[in-house]
Design a protein around this ligand. Sequence first.
Ligand code: NIG
Ligand code: FE
Length: 424
Amino acid sequence: MISADLVVSGCEQLLTCRGTAPKRKKDLLELGVIEKGCIASKNGKIVFVGREDELRSQVTETSGCLKIDGRGLTCLPGLVDSHTHLPFAGSREQEFLLRLQGHTYLELAEKGMGIQSSVEKTRKASKKEIVSLCHKRLNTMLLHGTTTVEAKSGYGLNLKDEIKQLEALKQADRSHPVDIIPTFMGAHEVPKEYKNKKHEYIKLLTQEIIPAVREKNLAEFFDIFCEQGVYSVDESRALIRAGKKAGFKIKIHADEFASQGGAQLAAEEKAVSAEHLIAINEDGIQRISNSSTAAVLLPGVPFFLMQNKRAPARRLIQSGAAVALATDFNPGSSMTESLFFIMQLGVYTMGMSIEESINAVTLNAAYAVDRHNEIGSLETGKKMDLILCDAPNYPFLVYHFGINPVKHVIKNGKWVVKEGLLYG
Ligand code: NIG
Ligand code: FE
């Protein structure tokens, strides 16, 4: 018999999302649904997943075992947000209002708003303030079903303030149930004090900031904004190689506004993921699809920037890309913590199926942060991270849009959201 200290039973549907990561092509349609599904864990790890009769015959409960009734609820793995800019200070609603008057994101960025304005506010904020902002946002994420989040620095753009953001992430990770995967993004922009001397900032990054962040062990990934007017493909390649040499895994913001070969670079450098890809060309689609690099699509961005273009999700899936979806939570181009909303945008605005969009925020999202052996599916041995949604079946999660369906969240085998409220 299997001993368990937490049992969830009788879920209308339990989506295991099990399978070999990453899921590609037709595998993206498989959710591993168990009707009237049950799941059990011990010490935060899944020990059983199956039907009610199997639960009864295979699992014994420890004394004090926590039991949750899944009737009326749909159960799925805790969601993984594989791309966010979590530790920023301030907000940019004034810029949003200007955009509503017809000014574009890039035009406002050139006038010193955009990323630079968040850099100014983040530099002025104390570490403590950033930790507390992170907490507030992590609470919102958890209430919306996100149990693991990748978070980028990149609003410091100097040694002291990049480190401050990353140390704030470390503190927030220790003091909040949501797991944070930290990414160093000192190459998010060129800071304004280096406006006409980008090469000097690249030198500073390479010689001082990258080694210092590594030395302090503050980040797992290195990310760069490879985009026309920011970092060219050649500059990105050089920085990525410096990042790799220091021991970082690689992510790349590629082909967001213009196609300059960022997707090809990601495949060539064996980046763990390439993000955005709205302007990816056919060659880029082929190269990404034939590589191990995940294609992380961020439909919140063109939605929030009110642009008609979308990443070619269907072409990418047909070609065999490992597609994931993420919020890109940030104050300037995607101000949302909700992965359910992003899944809905995937379906409503990019032609993705409901199954594809769910796999894209669970197992494939875990793959995009190199955590697919620990999280992203409900399988024996993985972390007991799950969500129970007020939905009779999984299509309901997309059909009933614009609301938060999350009723309960279990993180590492602990009940952290109960009846839609933070708990424990
Ligand atoms: O992923 N593209 C660069 N960075 C963010 C935007 C950040 C901001 O506007 O503050 C993004 O869209
Ligand atoms: Fe981003």
